[in-house]
Design a protein around this ligand. Structure first.
Ligand SMILES: [Fe+2]
Length: 259
């Protein structure tokens, strides 16, 4: 089994609250009897993209296993690189890959500097194409990025979703090794389909945003700061993906319900 933990939208903003939530999630993962092989964080690491926020992120998102972080629309590539990717200055897309026991993660940068919507640049598509060309025939491939490539009935993020999903749809539909696309951005946990494959959106560690049916009027943002942070476990057993949504109680662990 390969076990992946997906966190998203931590929005470090120099306040104590979001740090505490991220630290609680990381502590939960650190104490698991069976540890994940890798942790990914699918964007909006920082709230404003400031260097100090990435310093907060670097301190909170630490583990003794790989933690892979990709950018979202709130992130700043240059500042993110300077703190979280030392030695890789600049504003080029932050694309990464990670392979473990027959599973390859393609972590793509869907951010557009200075804009909230998403785009996969030609350079990013070439990165993905090259990665797939080099991957074994029986590999399980998961594509992770920040922006969902289709509308998800969110009045908040649908207008700022991925703007050029056509080429990605061709790649995903045409490669049996690609098991799913994983994103963040929505601040709600959901599953739908993209190019005939599961599209799995992780909830946010920092807040929850209601979808279309919670929106009272155009422009209303039904954001709820009360729910606990949540993550998704993705396990791959015999080539089959299972994704489990796991809220992490800020109030602590109750081994048995109180009377
Ligand atoms: Fe976000």
């Amino acid at each position: 089994m390969v076990l992946l933990a997906q966190l998203s939208d931590t929005h470090f903003n120099m306040g104590a609250r979001n740090v505490e939530r991220a630290e609680r999630v990381m502590a939960f993962l650190a104490e698991l009897p069976q540890r994940p092989d890798v942790i990914i964080v699918t964007g909006d690491i920082a709230d404003e993209g400031d260097v100090e926020e990435y310093q907060q992120a670097r301190a909170a998102l630490t583990a003794d296993l790989p933690v892979l972080i990709l950018p979202g629309n709130h992130d700043d590539r240059a500042n993110m690189r300077s703190v979280l990717f030392p030695g890789s200055a600049g504003t080029a897309p932050i694309n990464q890959s990670y392979s473990v026991n027959g599973v390859t993660l393609a972590l793509l940068d869907s951010s557009i500097p200075g804009k909230p919507e998403g785009l996969l640049e030609d350079e990013t598509y070439e990165f993905l194409t090259d990665l797939l060309a080099a991957a074994p025939a029986d590999e399980v491939v998961l594509i992770a990025m920040h922006h969902p490539p289709v509308p998800v009935q969110s009045t908040v993020v649908d207008p700022i979703r991925l703007t050029n999903p056509e080429r990605l749809a061709e790649i995903v539909a045409g490669d049996d090794r690609i098991a799913a696309v994983l994103t963040g951005h929505v601040h709600a946990g959901l599953m739908t389909q993209f190019a005939g494959k599961p599209l799995i959106v992780a909830p946010s560690v920092s807040s929850t945003i209601g979808c279309e049916w919670e929106t009272a009027a155009p422009g209303h943002v039904p954001i709820d700061f009360a729910p606990d942070p949540s993550l998704i476990f993705h396990s791959i057993v015999d080539g089959r993906l299972l994704s489990m949504f796991r809220p992490i109680a800020m109030g602590g662990w109750l081994s048995e319900p109180a009377d």
